[in-house]
Write a protein that binds this ligand. Sequence first.
Ligand code: AMP
Ligand code: ZN
Length: 110
Amino acid sequence: MDCLFCKIIAGEIPSKKVFENDKVYAFEDISPMAKDHYLFVSKTHTKNVNETPTELISDIYFGIKEFTQDKNLESSGFRVVTNVNQHGGQTIFHTHFHVLGGEQLKGFGS
Ligand code: AMP
Ligand code: ZN
């Protein structure tokens, strides 16, 4: 399958890995929108969050929770975003969650 994130997970395209378990892979976003910007993806290819079984979504979120607790992002705070299709701004059609933090984030009322 011609999917950039599948190639990253397979190690065919380099990435800066920050977390991995048997179901989830996470790496630094190549074009960060915040001081810390990571992408959490399922190792199983699905197109977007609406097309993903809830069990897989919870696997991804388990990774996010473990990582943000380990990296002390939880106390300062962080944001999780997932984009769906065109109006959502999705450009890579392999389900992923953006994890943003490391500084005061703007938007959503702040
Ligand atoms: P989205 O627009 O929600 O589909 O998010 C796709 C994200 O993938 C963007 O934030 C891009 O900066 C990021 N991205 C694209 N190519 C790479 C890459 N090779 N390595 C890391 N992040 C990437
Ligand atoms: Zn994929």
